[in-house]
Design a protein around this ligand. Structure first.
Ligand code: C2E
Ligand code: CA
Ligand code: CA
Length: 576
């Protein structure tokens, strides 16, 4: 075969295989369609089969004469339609025998051209229509499926799920989401190919299930699957079935565990995507629970959902009416004998008119999910800049403050511009603003993020890596990272002093920070003991209830005035 034949460019003439032994018929057909199509001829079933096998991906359609020497035309049709590799090729049958039509149609022929041939125009129009139809179908087949697993993709899944509802209005139906626990660690440990293999096996298990029990399934994200099926009772059994045969090759044990969220007897009056959001919510309650890997959507989640809806609805008003307020928590440099106030962290709270004080733990993750965080953060940064300016002017105090920068902010192409503008409006120096960026922000789209952070740093803003130790940044990445301080994840302090004290990990983290020659910050420091240990281990800056809780701006003002008025006060932690 000519190598170029394997390429198919849409501008090229489409290729038609004409299976016809009669020379006159061959010539007539070529005369009719040869200007539009590249016609190749096979004069027997045997020859045709060889050509199809070798060149099927260059063929647009097949014209088949039923009356052939050797293998019968009808058997050629059967063999084309039974082979999954070329069964999608459209076949038009040519015959003078009206009786054969029905049989050929049931065998998968798409159309007929009667013999003797009709006018050229008619033949051409039929072939054109057939080719177009089948190409549309092929495009659809490719776009509606996930390439790796062959399952539907999410969009088509939702469409077909809605169709399923139409046909089974009253049947109780469950929306199920399942995924692989810690899939990234499987990829890390065994490689991407092994990860893909596992996803394929899960897909195969799911297909086997729906082909038996009904329903549809799709892969909706990297390792996340969705299943929409008739209500069942035994989810443990379903999970076991989906998890069958997933051992990583050669590891000898089954490392791969699935977890599942179920929205039982889903309410069909709500949007199909929303039903799966609920299943996802339920799945999140099952994370890491070895003993209870299946979570169910329940009343309390419904309440959480209602609260989330309310918070989203109220957001714009809250910004307009300045319901978001900023608290400040001091950070102390503890390198010398006497700790001194070196900066503060701005932490947002929502003074909600109906709900009272709402903590950021409730709304930050929600706003990170739906993008509102960008507006909120911008508001917090601007307000903070106003406060810094006010302290300078009114109190004669210049105190740098750190603000939290969310991962999503880092994708904003105008981010550096925004910070410059905020600093300019407040008459601030970039040094007055410290930017806390959580470690996990660096692990996705690393290059882009590092470039953004470098730009900010070049402009004079100082960068603190927040929650250090909670993400997955590699050591080599850390050494190239543009940062001015590492802020240990609060969990290290918690676990080091919980129950049986074990500060080895904490010490190792501080040592690691030292090797990068950047100062370490510990937050969440509450007790004398924690304070003394951290100081002894070489921690540079300390933040926590030990010095002060986060304070509303008026109280924080009094606090700094007090700190700065008396030299002696500087070394006395303000106990709450
Ligand atoms: P974070 O940035 O890690 O902030 C530290 C959290 O630890 C704060 O919780 C702080 O109040 C708390 N904390 C400080 N010292 C102690 C202590 O001694 N003991 C205990 N138990 N906790 C202490 P908070 O204010 O509830 O904020 C939670 C998280 O919300 C923050 O974690 C941050 O990720 C996020 N957040 C807060 N404000 C903003 C903001 O304006 N923008 C963004 N994007 N995120 C924010
Ligand atoms: Ca922070
Ligand atoms: Ca933190």
């Amino acid at each position: 075969m000519n190598e170029n034949n394997s390429f198919r460019i849409s501008e090229e003439k489409r290729r038609v295989l004409l299976i016809e032994d009669d020379i006159i018929c061959q010539e007539m057909m070529k005369a009719s369609i040869g200007d539009t199509y590249d016609v190749i001829v096979a004069t027997s079933g045997e020859e045709a089969t060889g050509i199809i096998r070798a060149q099927h991906d260059t063929l647009s359609m097949i014209l088949l004469d039923l009356n052939l020497p050797g293998i019968k035309g009808i058997d050629v049709l059967k063999s084309i339609k039974s082979d999954p590799e070329f069964s999608h090729l459209p076949v038009i049958v040519m015959t003078s025998d009206n009786e054969a039509e029905v049989e050929c149609l049931t065998l998968g022929a798409i159309d007929f051209i009667p013999k003797p041939y009709p006018a050229s125009k008619v033949i051409l129009a039929r072939i054109l229509r057939t080719v177009e139809l089948s190409e549309d179908r092929e495009t659809l087949r490719l776009t509606e499926r996930d390439q790796l697993t062959g399952l539907y993709n999410k969009d088509f899944f939702f469409r077909y799920a809605a169709q399923l509802d139409l046909y089974h209005k009253d049947a109780p139906t469950d929306a199920i989401v399942f995924d692989v626990n810690h899939f990234h660690t499987i990829n890390d440990r065994y490689g991407k190919a092994a990860g893909n293999e596992i996803l394929k096996r899960i897909a195969d298990n799911a297909i086997a299930y729906v082909s038996e029990a009904g329903g549809i399934v799709c892969r909706s994200g990297a390792d996340t699957f969705m299943l929409y099926c008739r209500h069942i009772d035994d989810y443990e059994a379903l999970l076991a079935r989906l998890s069958a045969n997933l051992d990583v090759e050669g590891s000898g044990e089954n490392h791969v565990r699935l977890r599942m969220g179920v929205y039982l007897d889903a309410d069909k009056s709500i949007d199909i995507e929303r039903r799966f959001d609920r299943a996802k919510m339920a799945a999140d309650t099952a994370r890491d629970h070895l003993t209870a890997p299946v979570g169910f959507f329940d009343h309390s989640m419904r309440e959480a959902e209602i609260l989330e809806e309310q918070l989203i609805d109220d957001f714009s008003t809250a910004i307009r009416e300045k319901q978001f307020v900023i608290y400040y928590q001091p950070k102390f440099n503890v390198k010398n004998d006497k700790p001194y106030l070196t900066s503060a962290e701005a932490l947002v709270r929502w003074k909600h008119p109906k709900l009272g004080m709402v903590s950021p733990g409730t709304f930050i993750p929600l706003f990170e999910k739906n993008g509102l965080i960008q507006k909120l953060d911008y508001y917090v940064w601007s307000e903070t800049a106003c406060h810094i300016k006010d302290w300078k002017e009114r109190l004669g105090v210049s105190l740098p403050v750190s603000v939290n920068v969310s991962r999503i902010d880092l994708y904003d192409p105008d981010l550096t511009e925004k910070f410059l503008q905020i600093a300019k409006t407040g008459g601030l120096d970039p040094q007055d603003l410290l930017l806390e960026i959580t470690e996990s922000a660096y692990t996705e789209k690393t290059d882009q993020i590092i470039t953004t952070v470098k730009n900010l740093r070049d402009l004079g803003f100082r960068i603190e890596m927040d929650d250090f130790g909670s993400g997955y940044s590699s050591l080599s990445m850390l050494s190239t990272m543009p940062i001015d301080a590492l802020k240990l994840d609060i969990q290290f302090i918690r676990s080091a002093f919980k129950g049986q004290k074990d500060t080895r990990l904490l010490e190792a983290m501080i040592g690691l920070a030292k090797s990068f020659e950047v100062p370490t910050i510990a937050e969440g420091v509450e007790t004398d003991e924690q304070y003394s240990y951290l100081k002894a281990m070489g921690c540079d800056i300390i933040q926590g209830y030990y010095f002060s809780r986060p304070l509303p701006v008026d109280e924080f003002e009094k606090y700094i005035v007090l700190k700065l008025k008396s030299e002696d006060d500087l070394c006395l932690p303000l106990k709450n």
